[in-house]
Design a protein around this ligand. Sequence first.
Ligand code: F6P
Length: 477
Amino acid sequence: MGNDLVIVANRLPVDRVTLPNGETGWRRSPGGLVAAIEPVMRTHGGGVWIGWPGGTDQKLKPFEEDGLALVPLSMTQDEIEGHYEGFANGTLWPLYHDLVAKPEFHREWWDEYVKVNRRFAEKAADLAAKNATVWVHDYQLQLVPQYLRELRPDLRIGFYLHIPFPPAELFQQLPWRRQLLEGLLGADLVGFQLPGAAQNFVRLVRQRVGHKTHRDLVYLPDGRVVRAAAFPISIDAAGFEDLANSDQVVERAKALREALGSPRTIFLGIDRLDYTKGIYARLRAFGELIRDGHFDVEDAVFVQVAVPSREQVEQYRLLRDEIERLVGRLNGDLGRIGRPAISYLHTSYPREEMAALYRAADIMVVTPYRDGMNLVAKEYVACRVEDDGALVLSEFAGAADELRQAWLVNPYDINGMKTALLEAYQAEPKELTRRMRAMRKQIRQHDVKAWASSFMTELEDQVHTDHQKVVRPANRS
Ligand code: F6P
């Protein structure tokens, strides 16, 4: 027995939380990964999902939640600190995001990362049926493909990186660069958001591990062939569109606008509270536009939802303080009674409320310094069912490759952002419709189902190729 499909991700799609009544319950985890994989499992009508449920409770048994079979893998306090907060989010996260913050390299963190990756691989090896497909996700688990292949050579293993993969010049700072590359090479197919990331990976494998490569293929000495390719992730576009069209969301969007004092224009930012997201700079740009007299707090408000994230990591705590100080200052300097310049919320919302916010917002502002994709940008587009609204989007988000009709900005350039925000504010309805229509077409055609099925199809083809033992080209570089 066993499962034909095993998803392995650092987190389960739900977190264990203490509810207001003191009881413990489950709440959907934040972030794009969960939003993307959940529909995949539902489409496949089964399989199991292995992940950390948050916290240190060792006694949790496998369970079903909302129709999904979940297998919790708990961590000790040392593992949380070394693997999750340490190596994953203190080393890899900033390193893979263009050094937006300074990565720290600690040998004890690496040891915990190895330990946790090994445990995930062992659990997947236990649960997978013969010749099953195992799909491993994201930067927290880059060693799992190798460990899993050692335990279960019969498996078809896919790996997908949800965040950027850095250029060689940055990656090679890592003391454990070779181990991570070898970890990923345990997979048959390694997926990235953008073609440039796949090319970075293949180049590094050639330079640092010494394997032969040809275009997107890596030839291992044991005859296996690993493919590295781009699969830009997406959203359940039809699901968001339906939600945005529902009476409940339409009503809620109206109520939100009224609650904000019925301003002419609502600007919106929704992000995990993360230093890669560029929240501080965008709020400054907005504040300066008011200060410069381009609009007034009666005309415009900026709603910023900051979803709590990684709150035990010091850089995240400092960021929260910085942003909240700025919001306080902007509201103090620019706001009037009942009319703040920034309506700031430090919380996470269910999908329905997000859809209502997207429907209410005239201008969505997504300005990360670096982002693998950014699904919020795509969700906004999917929810603009009347082909109106404007998207201001960082060039450094993966989504910018597809959403070319957004107002594209360099988030390091505050004046450039001010110009783009103002242009979006002043744009004619016809111009908004032209842009939004094109973006909505793109999102509809490239939704999360298309993403998952193209990854799965390529994974099957790739394994098939392996079994055929392809003749290696004579002149590979
Ligand atoms: O996509 C990046 C990612 O780190 C996911 O792996 C994760 O689910 C999400 O962001 C939220 O982060 P965290 O699991 O650290 O709360």
